[in-house]
Design a binder for this molecule. Structure first.
Ligand SMILES: [Zn+2]
Ligand SMILES: [Zn+2]
Length: 341
């Protein structure tokens, strides 16, 4: 295969337009009445939105290569490795756990609803642990490294993160009775929505989506999730339905008065892919080496980011609780001043 053919295939693959090209070539559009045919039409939406976002940014002279560079480089690195491990992991978990499924579901609207609630729970578990267990944060932090929000952030992932996420999500769903065809349908919807919620402020400035924000996890909610402001840290772990964040009290809406600052609390070099990719692993390694005794070394691996053997913890939970307590004090003080004649 020559280089042009490879580039052409990458281009077609990235935009997901292979199916449409086939249809046009054969001049046969009968597949549009099938699910596979509809999928062919839906796939290219996100890559094309991404293209529109970049073109708009160029037209309005707001395009800065730094906004896209980090996510793009990570995308290239992940492209081949992650996808194959992930597919293998999903197949392995289905084979392993299907025999223990508590019941069997099929593709009907009510099972889709059930399957989605279960999928969201499984997604919540994976995502929550990715923020609360230091070694898993090492994998997930790459996605939080970019300091801007745009559709390219979708592609910023450590290559082992998708397989880890898929093992947790597939196992929970299969055991709770979500059948493989239903699971693939949900994964497809989840992938599309999960990409859409990374839409930048250039395309959709106010990402709250009106009344839909009451049940759906909107771009605004996900922008909050990507923020390092103390109030916003470690909130909104869901993907399409925000129910489990409400159940587990990790729900946080965007406040007009608190402007989102994207990124992680550690200062990272936005031009250095190695820092975004391996930076947290290096930090964890340094903490392990420094820690006295095996117990402390082990605790650094499993405790939340910011945990310290000295007792001087700087976790997201402490930062958020401290911020809320401070806010509470200010409100009370204001009330006292208002009460005085
Ligand atoms: Zn996250
Ligand atoms: Zn994200």
């Amino acid at each position: 295969m020559n280089i042009f053919e490879t580039l052409y295939n990458e281009f077609i693959g990235f935009f997901g337009i292979g199916g449409i090209i086939e249809m046009v070539k054969k001049n046969d559009y009968s597949s549009l009445t099938t699910w596979a045919g509809i999928q062919n039409l839906i796939y290219p939406i996100i890559p094309f939105l991404l293209l529109i976002e970049i073109i708009r940014a160029i037209v309005y002279k707001r395009f800065k290569i730094e906004d896209y560079k980090l996510s793009f480089m990570v995308f290239v690195l992940n492209r081949f490795i992650s996808r194959f491990i992930s597919i293998a992991a999903v197949g392995f978990c289905i084979g392993l756990f299907e025999q223990w499924a508590i019941f069997k579901t099929d593709i009907t609207w009510y099972w889709l609803l059930y399957g989605y609630v279960v999928w969201e729970l499984a997604h919540f578990v994976y995502h929550f642990l990715a923020h609360k267990i230091r070694i898993l944060w090492c994998l997930h932090s790459t996605h939080h490294a970019p300091q801007q929000m745009n559709l390219f952030v979708n592609f910023a992932h450590f290559f082992l993160e998708a397989p880890y996420a898929d093992v947790i999500r597939t196992s929970i769903c299969i055991i709770l009775g979500v059948s493989p065809p239903l699971l693939f349908l949900i994964m497809f919807i989840d992938g599309l929505w999960g990409s859409f919620i990374h839409v930048g402020e250039n395309i959709i400035k106010n990402g709250r989506l009106g009344f839909l924000g009451k049940i759906l996890l909107t771009p605004s909610h996900h922008r909050v999730h990507h923020a390092r402001n103390p109030l916003y840290m470690d909130t909104n772990f869901c993907n399409l339905l925000n129910i489990w964040d409400k159940v587990f009290k990790t729900y946080q809406d965007e406040k007009n008065e608190i402007k989102i600052e994207y990124g992680i609390t550690r200062k990272i070099n936005q031009n250095n892919i190695l820092d975004a990719y391996f930076g947290e692993i290096v930090c964890l390694w340094r903490d392990i080496v420094k820690a006295p005794g095996w117990k402390n070394k082990l605790l650094y691996i499993v405790m939340p980011p910011g945990w310290s053997h000295t007792g001087n913890h700087q976790t997201a939970k402490i930062a958020r609780t401290g911020y809320l307590a401070e806010q509470d004090k200010t409100v009370k003080n204001d009330d006292n001043i208002a009460e005085k004649p």
